[in-house]
Design a protein around this ligand. Sequence first.
Ligand code: PBG
Length: 349
Amino acid sequence: MSERRTPSRATASSPPPTPAKLGAFPAVRMRRNRRTGWARKMVAENVLTPGDLIWPLFVMDGQNKRVPVATMPGVDRLSVDLVVAAAEEAVALGIPAIALFPYTDPKLRSEDAAQAFNPDNLVCRATRAVRKAGLDIGVLLDVALDPYTSHGHDGLMRDGEILNDETLEALVKQTLVQVEAGCDIIAPSDMMDGRIGVLREALESRGHTSTQIMAYAAKYASAFYGPFRDAVGSNSTLKGDKRTYQMDPANTDEAIREVGLDIAEGADMVMVKPGMPYLDIVRRVSETFKVPTFAYQVSGEYAMLAGAAERGWLDGDRVMIESLMAFKRAGAAGVLTYFAPKVARMLKG
Ligand code: PBG
């Protein structure tokens, strides 16, 4: 090289600092953005708000009645008047929707699930009462026959088999009484084939063109539903398991097919259930379809966290927030959670 470098003024008096290697320590110190509370807040990639929550409630007969669910510490079955009070509380807390599940009197459970089509059944009465209170809140009702069948299955049964197409007719009847009672969101949780298309067609042809459908699209045959079945009283009646219609926990591509079908058939939103053990599915579904994807933090997940907190084994408030943030991180638009009122109260300050 013939060219001679002219030394800069700096090097003339003192050697230049060795330039920090870009992209490596110490130029990069990840802890800078974590050092203070305000900085952590500034760089947070996800937030949890009361608007992300859907609050599931268990409805029972009676007046001013509240009966604890033994396997879900902090959760009660409520009579209709108290459901209205809970809905008022939800509005005050900024929770956008409630989901109602019935505890049906065993005498009203039958082979044909007739109580599901009774316009005066518990969930219809509760929905009408919430509507009558004029509250600005979404009411979501499950479509599935399990709270109404004597055998505890989600569909009609013959010779031990759950019948698909016959069940679809029953689901249409159930859907119509629920929509006529004033429910906004129909949430089919039965996992029969073709249900979303049949229900959408039934709604459209009767002028219920704005009823939303949130499909329990990827619903697994899970042992995490145990406490819910206590709450609705179907654990004692359930014969066998639900593996011929709910999904095998071993599968993930199958969830994508299920969700794709439900969207094609007319679902507005989809759900993955259970939640925490299936966060990979939440992530895949939300990334693949870009439709509002919800997760259900089911009764067994709630029981694990609330039960451990009750014994002092976990910090209840912190695991509650952390478990819900996980759903946001995985791409969920919202979460059905029994923690809803508690977490909303906490988030409000
Ligand atoms: C009814 C239904 C179930 C749940 C929601 N809807 C139970 C089941 O499929 O056996 C479970 C919710 C929970 O565990 O919190 N099909």
